[in-house]
Design a protein around this ligand. Structure first.
Ligand code: ADP
Length: 653
């Protein structure tokens, strides 16, 4: 049924005489009866006709919950309360907004009262004009409201489009840096708006003005002293009955602090997000790195175990056995280098890489390094050359670390050069510095990758199938830098070979004649006549050590625990030297050395002792030396070095 032509009411047909119904219709915009639960029995009125709504459809619905009272959260609750009050005998009158459309609402004075004897509630509503609404407020109340707004530092303004004048409160003017008690035009306010925000403000105000709509925006203002504040502006425009813009009202307030706080929060959030992403990335890199390291270690272990198995079978000939052992040795050495590199990197990362500087002859170091690589060059049919313009290159440095530098450069050159290629290491001195260049005819380096080769894990990131970890060159760079030098990589491109140049400053003092070459192989039986006490719980390690020291001529006494070592210590005469493990199950090497050092001289309290441990940390080295060990060696032990250490200690004593 068309709402406009609906009968004036349906109450009249059932309950009211037509004249009464007609009177109600003229007096009220809305009227009707509800049951005591607030459900519509019948509601009607001219307001529904204006809205093109058929109130018949409301029957049975909880009236306070219908769409008309959804203008604010409170409206429907207030109405529901009034209706239930009337159902239990009270009268109520309230002014609430009645929603006439999605965008529009009108204030309506609603009365609810009981209908005695009917178990019904009568509800009626009359729209109220703005004027009548405000008439309820005294002049004083209005002033108090303005005063409150001023004190809350809220600026109020009202723009009359017809007069093109803006009426504003003092605090509103002040927020725009204008004189408090003058009247301004839009252009005056606009002047104060930040140049970058002006167009945006023009735009949203024009939009609100043309559409009679609400706005809520934020922008910046700049004062004559150059300071800046953020303002928030909220308000709406009204159109007249012909749809022509009539006026605009608004509230402005300063929100600089909130804005800055929000920006700060956003920054913190951004930082936190970045940190989280970095942590995820670091974790991913760590996982990949661990997988990679374990893959490397396993690969070499696999070689070792596989070839050992072959070597053990009776059917292999001597040549094959030799070959198997050579591979086992090479794999074990690669493992050692890998672990050394890892440990060095960890030391560098924690700032604990310590170097011991002595006058050294770089010529000897480079020559030793070259010699050490000759067998692997031969094996791969690579020509490995060495040249130097002098045989004495005095330098203040850590010989073993410099050996590591050239060892890394040479093993890289051999690793990345195919069979039949050429590698050379060459020393060139000037008055104050020395240049050592390692040049190869190998695979070369992509110019894009050149700047990265000295970065940790560069190889891992660049190429997962690379046989290295990408630690070697980063360590080279750190060691060279610690010697006051620089290292440079050059390559004309992939397939065109590479050149690595290390430049180091020379010392002024010439080398003493007796400077010991860095590592001269120890031959024969240098330990003949010496008794060495070994304390080692691991039977395999013990056996290797026993075998090696006996080979070198020493008489060896072995103990598998601190307790048995202490018992047999002086039993058949004192040993000349002790070599002891540190980590042992019942009592460790630290405790052992403390007990030995607690003995009187004649009972062996001063017998020199070497700690031989798999712990590589500075901490365990320091502790061992502090508690009384004379030297600290790490496992796997370097054969020649161990003999030299033993001889040196015996010399000292
Ligand atoms: P890696 O353990 O991978 O050899 P390095 O730090 O020693 O790690 O070297 C980093 C990367 O630099 C290598 O992976 C390789 O790509 C490149 N590189 C180093 N030396 C050479 C060389 N002589 N020829 C070609 N590329 C090289």
């Amino acid at each position: 049924m068309d709402a406009k032509n609906a009968p004036a009411m349906n109450i009249d047909s059932t309950m009211l005489p037509p004249a009464t119904a007609a009177i109600l219709e003229t007096v009220f915009d809305l009227f009707g009866v509800l049951d005591t639960d607030g459900r519509v029995v019948s509601v009607t009125g001219r307001i529904f006709r204006g809205m093109n709504t058929n109130p018949e459809l409301l029957k049975g619905q909880a009236f306070s919950e219908t769409v008309f009272w959804q203008s604010s959260e409170m409206t429907s609750k207030l109405l529901a309360k009034a209706i239930s009050g009337a159902a239990s005998g009270g009268n109520a009158r309230l002014i609430v907004d009645f929603r006439v459309s999605a965008d529009d609402k009108v204030p309506m004075e609603v009365s609810v009262q009981p209908l005695p004897g009917f178990d019904l509630v009568f509800i009626s509503g009359q729209t109220v004009s703005e004027r009548r609404l405000r008439a309820g407020q005294t002049r004083e109340a209005r002033e108090q409201l303005l005063f409150a707004a001023e004190n809350a530092a809220i600026g109020l303004w009202f723009w009359d489009f017809a007069e093109d004048r803006i009426y504003s409160t003092a605090s509103c003017n002040e927020l725009f840096g204008l004189a408090a008690y003058e009247t301004f035009r839009y252009e005056d306010f606009r002047e104060a708006i930040h140049a970058e925000d002006r167009e945006f403000v023009d735009h949203f105000l024009a939009d609100s003005r043309d559409r009679g709509s609400k706005y809520e925006e934020e922008f910046r203002v700049v004062y004559s002293d150059g300071s800046m504040e953020w303002l928030s502006a909220e308000g709406r425009s009204f159109l007249d009955e012909n749809g022509k813009p009539q006026r605009m009202t608004g509230v402005v307030r300063k929100i600089t602090e909130q804005k800055l706080a929000a920006e700060e929060i956003a920054k913190v959030h951004e930082r936190e997000k970045k940190a989280r992403e970095e942590a995820v990335e670091a974790n991913r890199a760590k996982d990949f790195f661990l997988a990679f390291v374990s893959h490397e270690l396993r690969g070499q272990l696999n070689n070792i175990l596989g070839w050992l198995n072959i070597a053990r079978t009776k059917s292999v000939d001597e040549e094959k056995r030799e070959n198997a052992l050579a591979i086992v040795e090479r794999s074990a050495r690669q493992q050692k280098k890998l672990i050394d590199d890892l440990v060095d990197s960890a030391r560098v990362a924690s700032g604990r890489l310590r170097l011991e500087y002595y006058p050294t002859n770089l010529y000897e170091i480079v020559r030793n390094s070259w010699q050490a690589h000759l067998p692997s060059a031969q094996e791969r049919n690579i020509q490995l050359e060495f040249s130097s313009d002098r045989e004495s290159v005095p330098l203040f440095g850590d010989a073993s670390r410099l050996l590591q530098v050239f060892g890394n450069l040479l093993s890289n050159a051999l690793k990345y050069t195919p069979e039949g290629g050429r590698v050379s290491i060459n020393i060139e001195t000037s008055d104050e510095s020395v240049r050592v260049q390692v040049v190869d005819t190998g695979q070369g380096i992509d110019p894009d990758q050149l700047p990265n080769v000295f970065r940790q894990f560069s190889a891992v990131a660049a190429d997962r199938f690379n046989p290295g970890l990408g630690l070697g060159l980063s360590i080279v760079k750190i060691l060279v830098t610690k010697h006051g030098g620089i290292v440079r990589a050059e390559s004309e491109g992939v397939g065109k070979g590479s050149a690595f140049t290390v430049s180091l400053p020379l010392t002024e003092t010439p080398l003493a004649d007796d400077v010991e070459p860095t590592s001269r192989p120890v031959r024969g039986k240098p330990l003949a006549g010496m008794t060495i006490l070994i304390v080692e719980d691991d039977p395999d390690s013990r056996e290797v050590l026993e075998f090696f020291l006996s080979e070198k001529g020493a008489r060896v006494r072995s103990c598998d625990s601190v307790r048995s070592a202490l018992t047999s210590f002086g039993a058949n005469g004192l040993p000349h030297i002790i070599i002891s493990d540190l980590g042992m199950p019942d009592e460790d090497g630290y405790s052992f050395i403390q007990k030995v050092r607690g003995l009187p001289m004649e009972s062996g309290g001063a017998v020199p002792a070497i700690a031989l441990s798999a712990f590589t940390s500075e901490e365990s080295r320091r502790k061992a030396l502090e508690l009384g060990f004379s030297k600290y060696c790490t496992k796997p032990f370097e054969h020649d070095q161990l003999v030299k250490d033993v001889l040196e200690l015996l010399d000292r004593n």
